[in-house]
Ligand binder design. Structure first.
Ligand SMILES: Cc1cc2nc3c(=O)[nH]c(=O)nc-3n(C[C@H](O)[C@H](O)[C@H](O)COP(=O)(O)OP(=O)(O)OC[C@H]3O[C@@H](n4cnc5c(N)ncnc54)[C@H](O)[C@@H]3O)c2cc1C
Length: 289
């Protein structure tokens, strides 16, 4: 097992980081809260070059640009929680951060690392999917720095897998500001939700218009090889009066839509029951609120 890379580099700009990535054989290090346990445990082998990106300028912080908010890849979970903008406009993302690990991990763990680690149970993935976020990937395919934008719904391809090329750096996440009145709730199943990996995660958001829901967004984590949006569940709720019949139909659609597996954290049956019961609870909350 190789627990030591050959060389350690600390680029100061995206351009420099992309040039190093272009040369190949690089492991990217951000907060290290996934990477270090994975290398120490033998799950991941360091490439010959270990690139610490924490000093790369311009990829940290939260910035409102008109109707879009850009969150730099190096922004930590603590920084997301400290942001009034995130708390007020992206409440489900803020709630997910509030369920994320301990203070020590939150201080080191970055948003970019959470997305690139691509665990189906990653806590920020579910709210970001529900919020229709995109990721920005920078690379130098032809020797010139270029950035492509990928909708998060197309980013994940399997457990630990994404469409990001090894030569690309995730630089930021962009989220369009949701409509005024968009409210949501995040649920994470775990005996100690702050410290456990999610057995099931649910993100739900919508705008309430009278007794109806509009712009409904539902996403699930830890119930499929990647976090998933739930279009059939959303359709069962969109524009409908939020009564017992609608809630029953949405819960049924959700249970049919998820494809959980059984593992050490929960059986497939239990996960489906958790989706059913907790989505119902969230919709009841929305009905009462
Ligand atoms: C005790 C403990 C508790 C945890 N609890 C939770 C939890 O409750 N919820 C949760 O979701 N996660 C949890 N995690 C996992 C981890 O903290 C998060 O996934 C974290 O966000 C990873 O970010 P990082 O900056 O530490 O990434 P790193 O470990 O530095 O990197 C993770 C992966 O992403 C790659 N990478 C990082 N940044 C970039 C980038 N900008 N561009 C391209 N590739 C990049 C790295 O090469 C690596 O493969 C926990 C981990 C520990 C050790």
């Amino acid at each position: 097992m190789n627990t030591n890379p050959g060389s350690y580099v600390v680029p100061r700009s995206v351009e420099e980081a992309a040039e190093i990535l272009r040369a190949g054989n690089v492991t990217i290090l951000a907060g290290g809260t996934d990477l270090m346990p994975q290398t120490q445990g033998g799950k991941v082998k360091f490439q010959p070059v270990l690139m610490n990106i924490r000093r790369v300028a311009g990829i940290r912080g939260i910035e409102e640009r008109g109707e879009v908010v850009r969150i730099g890849a190096l922004t930590t979970i603590t920084e997301l929680m400290d942001s009034a903008l995130v708390q007020e406009r992206f409440g489900i993302l803020w709630q997910a951060c509030d369920h994320f690990a301990s203070d020590q991990i939150r201080n080191a763990a970055t948003l970019g690392g959470n997305l690139c680690n691509a665990s189906p149970a990653g806590d920020t993935l579910v709210p970001l999917l529900a919020l229709d976020a995109c990721v920005l990937l920078a690379g130098k395919p032809n020797g010139v720095l270029a950035t492509r934008t990928v909708p998060l719904a197309e980013f994940f391809t399997g457990p630990g897998k994404t469409v990001r090329a090894a030569s690309e750096l995730l630089t930021a996440v962009e989220i369009a500001l949701p409509l005024a009145g968009f409210r949501g709730e995040f649920f994470k199943l775990g005996t100690r939700p702050g410290l456990d990996i999610a057995g099931v995660a649910i993100g739900f958001g919508a705008v309430r218009e009278g007794d109806r829901l509009r712009h409904v967004r539902v996403a699930f984590g830890a119930v499929a090889p990647t976090p998933v949006r739930a279009p059939k569940t959303e359709a069962a709720l969109e524009g409908k009066a939020l009564d017992a019949v609608t809630i029953d139909a949405a819960v049924k659609a959700a249970a049919e839509e998820v494809r959980p597996i059984s593992d050490v954290r929960a059986s497939a049956w239990y996960r489906t029951e958790m989706v059913r019961n907790n989505l119902r609870k969230m919709l009841d909350n929305a009905r009462q609120g």
